[in-house]
Design a protein around this ligand. Sequence first.
Ligand SMILES: NC(=O)c1ccc[n+]([C@@H]2O[C@H](COP(=O)([O-])OP(=O)(O)OC[C@H]3O[C@@H](n4cnc5c(N)ncnc54)[C@H](O)[C@@H]3O)[C@@H](O)[C@H]2O)c1
Length: 355
Amino acid sequence: MSRDNPNKIGVCVIGSGRAGMIHARNFGRRVNRGRLVALVDAHAETLSAAQKELEIERGYADFRDALADPRVDAVVVVTPTALHREVVLAAARAGKHVLCEKPMAMDVQECDEMIAACKDGGVKLQIGFMRRYDESFMAASARIKAGEIGDVVLIKSLTHGPSVPQEWMYDIRKSNGPLAEVNSHDIDTLRWFAGSEITEVYALGGNFRCPQAAARYPDFYDNVAMVCRFADGRQGFIDGAVSVGYGYDARTEVIGTRGVIFVGRKEQDSVVGCSTDRGIAQQFVTSWRTLFTEAYVAEDQDFVDCIREDRDPKVQGIDGRMAVAVVNAGNRSITERSPVGVELTPRAAPAGGRR
Ligand SMILES: NC(=O)c1ccc[n+]([C@@H]2O[C@H](COP(=O)([O-])OP(=O)(O)OC[C@H]3O[C@@H](n4cnc5c(N)ncnc54)[C@H](O)[C@@H]3O)[C@@H](O)[C@H]2O)c1
């Protein structure tokens, strides 16, 4: 518990960039029984701006110093993905509970190490798939489970991001590309809604909107289409895009034997304009920050509640691990131009069943 407030879990956010500040603001202002006690960022200006905004005295350039701080009970790992493994292993060794942003890590071996380290350290390991806390996605899951559309046959999920990628994301070896950075959420949604593991994928990638990256990063793709086969024979399809400009687009469609379910909205708000030159006009959702605002709060709240109540997180290391396995298979499929099997854990459902 936080030293100066024993009733609250002391939280440190490691990586105070775009996603880090969402968590930091939540723990600073909105999460009950948890409290933001420190911030970490390797970039001095980013760190001091974050500290100033949230009035947090303790700021560390090196995450190891934060892990030695007794006021820190738990950490949120929001550094670039390639650093997740190193930070999580150190946090687990220091006895700090972990909420790790997606993608969990770069490959399944790293994920397995992280899961084992948190188990050995006796700390929680939660993965940042916040769509599992979104009211609409949760309602869709409940209606699928209740049998409203019969048996699930095909799940299609897309995520398109508006912005030009950050420099580290162009390098597939550092980011695992848009399949990891953007579509990890879709992969998790497919597994969640199907209740089955993805065993095989076939993916196509191409760079259509980012000519500025083509020479330096010839492997970079800004658009991806991936067909998925589940262990029980059901079907999935994922479409990913970055730098689309028109808005942030995250929608899922589930086709069953007796109906269909659609999740996701396109409209930023309910304002509709109509003019003679533009016709009917409504603003598209602009960002994941606005679309999933409340889901991030619920995710952060549940992290604190899991620690306090000593229960397993709703989204665990195995969920992060399986998404990474699918990302790795998808990237291999793009390179090899052929279907690729997903590296499953022994815990995953065996192949077979309906085809
Ligand atoms: N759940 C979501 O919807 C969501 C959304 C965006 C990003 N993310 C994930 O969050 C992570 C960060 O993404 P981002 O968009 O916030 O990136 P970002 O570049 O905006 O932020 C990363 C921050 O980490 C800092 N950093 C880099 N190396 C560091 C180190 N060694 N120690 C401490 N700080 C360090 C950087 O200075 C930067 O401020 C990625 O894994 C990304 O996939 C998740």
